[in-house]
Design a protein around this ligand. Structure first.
Ligand code: DGT
Ligand code: MG
Ligand code: MG
Length: 294
């Protein structure tokens, strides 16, 4: 019985003895062969992995929860909160860039998390982000409970970049996208909310306009200087893990348990996160904060 209690599987008050050679038995099960159908796709070594998560159906989601147009500060803060939580939980993430309903996570070039298996990586990022987004929802939307018929979910993909040049161009592409969409949306919703146009009329009005035209339209009609709009809306959010001093274990008191050490590491990782709404296309960023990404 003592042996059964040690090796057995407990189910309420019943104790099932597990044979000592259970491992071998399992390996020889006639069903075992189905494992060979599993195909792991390992991402190329020595490349930057970027995992981008994106809200599923956020066009409808944002309408359902009446997000402010064109930007809802609460929603963007919640995205940033969830992204920081992901970075705290997955230390191989060196940076994250977010705008609208998306976040891109940059992994260390020598990252060996899950042996770089793509399915494990993207499913972990999507589910970890989703879990935190849902958990922190009530902090950012205290008066709007989540509706089980409209829960937030996120998909994820992984893209590989061979050098810092492509990685920088990738992040520049996302920030340029943020700028183009935000300038358009700010103009579009100004014409409707501050002007008197319908959605169709506003669309018509903006058709074929360049950036300069939209800037001019905002200023001349509504007195809005686009450059004074909130930087989080114009630039998106970059979160960087600043190079942290590693914890000197030899200096730690000998009685510090593994759990305490883990807690200490986690605290330091959290403290090392820096969140900014700045230009990430030009040199200034890459010769300062951006240095710790590569
Ligand atoms: P998807 O990603 O293919 O499942 O489809 P969606 O609907 O998520 O489309 P996507 O990701 O291309 O565009 C994001 C949508 O989320 C877009 O319709 C605008 C909306 N959205 C994101 N942030 C805000 C916000 O702060 N305020 C408002 N009103 N809408 C937002
Ligand atoms: Mg989306
Ligand atoms: Mg999107």
């Amino acid at each position: 019985m003592r042996r059964a209690a040690q090796d057995g599987i407990f189910s309420e008050s019943i104790v099932f003895a597990r044979p000592a050679n259970a491992q071998q038995h399992m390996a020889k099960s006639r069903f075992e062969y189905v494992r060979t159908y599993e195909q792991d796709h390992a991402l190329l070594p020595n490349t930057y992995i970027v995992v981008r998560i994106d809200g599923r159906g956020f066009h409808r989601f944002s309408a359902h929860y009446k997000f402010a147009k064109p930007n809802d500060r609460r929603a963007l803060n919640l995205m940033n909160h969830a992204a920081r939580a992901v970075m705290e939980q997955i230390p191989d993430t060196t940076a994250a860039y977010g705008q609208s309903d998306e976040y891109s996570f940059v992994l260390r070039r020598d990252c060996s998390l899950f042996d770089r298996r793509e399915a494990k990586l993207i499913s972990t990022f999507a589910s970890t982000f989703t879990a935190h987004y849902q958990f922190q929802w009530k902090e950012h939307f205290p008066d709007t409970p989540l509706d089980p018929a409209m829960l937030p979910t996120f998909d994820a993909r992984a893209v590989l970049y061979p050098s810092i040049t492509e990685l920088r161009d990738y992040l520049s592409w996302r920030q340029a996208d943020c700028h183009i969409n935000n300038l358009y949306n700010t103009s579009f919703w100004s014409l409707i909310l501050l002007g008197t146009l319908s959605e169709q009329q506003a669309e018509q009005e903006l058709m074929g306009t360049l950036s300069a035209d939209k800037n001019e339209l905002l200023f001349s009609r509504f007195g809005i200087n686009y450059n004074n709009e909130d930087a989080m809306y114009r630039k998106g959010t970059i979160i960087v893990r600043k190079a942290e001093e590693s914890l000197d274990v030899s200096a730690a008191p000998t009685e510090m348990s593994k759990r305490q050490l883990d807690r200490e590491q986690k605290k330091r990782r959290k403290a090392a996160l820096v969140e900014e709404h700045v230009d990430i296309i030009g040199e200034v960023f890459w010769s300062s904060l951006g240095k710790s990404i590569v």
